[in-house]
Ligand binder design. Structure first.
Ligand code: 13P
Ligand code: ZN
Length: 271
C-alpha cells in the first residue's frame, strides 16, 4: 500500500486550500471542497474494506452510493490543511443506504465533513447529470465577489453581464453565466437543494452575501472559475465609484464568444 500523504489527490487538496487561504478567500473555517475520486486509485493507498467509522449525512444521495470523496472538515481552517491533512481532510464513501458516510481516512481528531455536505453532494448529483466528467465542488468567500454582493443587484442576468464587461476573457471562461441564490441559512438541506437546482444550469452559483460555489472536472477548473469571477469583481469594486469612460460593448462580447466558439447565455446580453 502506498503512503496516502503522497497521493496526488491529497497533494492537490493541500495545495489548493493553501492557495485559497493565501488569496484571502477562506478566513478561519470559511470554504469547503469535495472531490470525487476514482475507486481504483484510492485503492492503491487505502484498504477500501476498512471503515474507520460511519457518520450520518442527514439526506439521501442514492445516485452517489459507493462513490468516494475527499472533503474538507467542518470547522477546519484551510490555513492548516497543508501541515496536517489527516486532521483537516477526510475520505468518505457513500454507504449502501445513501445517507451514511463511511470514513475511510482522515478527520483523525474525531471531526467530520463540512457542514455544507448537502450543497456539495446535491451539486455533484446535479452536475454529473449534465457533465459526467464533473469531479469537484468548491465553496469559498472571495473578498471582492462578496463586496460586490452588497452594492450590485443580485440578479443573474445583471450580475453576470457586469462581470463579463470587467475582463475580456470572462465571457469565454464562464459563458454559461452565474446563478444566484438570495441570502439563506447555510449548512442546511434547503440551501443544498436550491444550489443543486441552480447547478443544473450554471457552474458558478453565488450565495447572496455569503460566497460562491464553483464546479469542474478537476480542482484547477473549479478554482479557475472562481478566480476569474473574483478578478472581475475586483475590477468592478475598484471602478464602480468612478465615472465609466470605456466599456466592452455587447456586440464585442458576442464577437469574443463567437471567436472562441463558446455557447453563451445570449439572454444575458442586451442585444
Ligand atoms: P464548514 O467549516 O462546515 O466547512 O463551513 C464553512 C463555510 O464556509 C460555511 O458556509
Ligand atoms: Zn461559506
Amino acid at each position: 500500500m502506498k503512503d496516502i500523504l503522497t497521493a496526488p489527490f491529497v497533494r492537490e487538496m493541500t495545495a489548493t486550500t493553501a492557495n485559497m487561504y493565501r488569496l484571502g478567500w477562506d478566513e478561519r473555517n470559511g470554504g469547503n471542497i469535495s472531490y470525487l475520486l476514482d475507486e481504483r486509485q484510492v485503492g492503491e493507498y487505502l484498504n477500501l474494506k476498512k471503515v474507520i467509522r460511519t457518520i450520518p449525512t442527514g439526506f439521501r444521495a442514492d445516485a452517489l452510493i459507493g462513490k468516494i470523496f475527499i472533503v474538507t472538515g467542518t470547522g477546519k481552517y484551510f490555513k492548516n490543511v497543508e501541515t496536517d491533512p489527516e486532521t483537516n481532510l477526510g475520505i468518505i464513501r457513500i454507504a449502501k443506504d445513501g445517507e451514511t458516510a463511511e470514513l475511510l481516512w482522515g478527520f483523525c481528531d474525531g471531526g467530520k465533513f463540512t457542514s455544507e455536505l448537502p450543497a456539495h453532494l446535491m451539486s455533484h448529483m446535479a452536475r454529473l447529470k449534465v457533465d459526467p466528467e464533473n469531479r469537484v465542488v468548491m465553496h469559498s468567500h472571495p473578498t471582492y465577489t462578496l463586496a460586490m454582493n452588497y452594492v450590485h443587484e443580485l440578479d443573474e442576468k445583471k450580475f453576470t453581464h457586469t462581470l463579463w464587461e470587467m475582463c475580456t476573457e470572462c465571457i469565454v471562461v464562464f459563458p454559461d453565466g452565474i446563478g444566484i441564490l438570495p441570502w439563506m441559512v447555510c449548512g442546511t438541506n434547503a440551501i443544498g437543494e436550491a444550489t443543486a437546482k441552480k447547478m443544473e444550469e450554471f457552474r458558478l452559483v453565488v450565495w447572496g452575501m455569503h460566497g460562491i460555489y464553483g464546479v469542474g472536472k478537476n480542482l484547477d477548473e473549479a478554482f479557475g472559475l472562481i478566480e476569474t469571477v473574483e478578478k472581475a469583481a475586483q475590477i468592478y469594486m475598484l471602478t464602480c465609484n468612478r465615472p465609466r469612460v470605456n466599456t466592452i460593448k455587447d456586440c464585442e462580447l458576442v464577437a469574443l464568444a463567437e471567436s472562441f466558439g463558446v455557447k453563451y447565455r445570449k439572454d444575458f446580453l442586451n442585444l
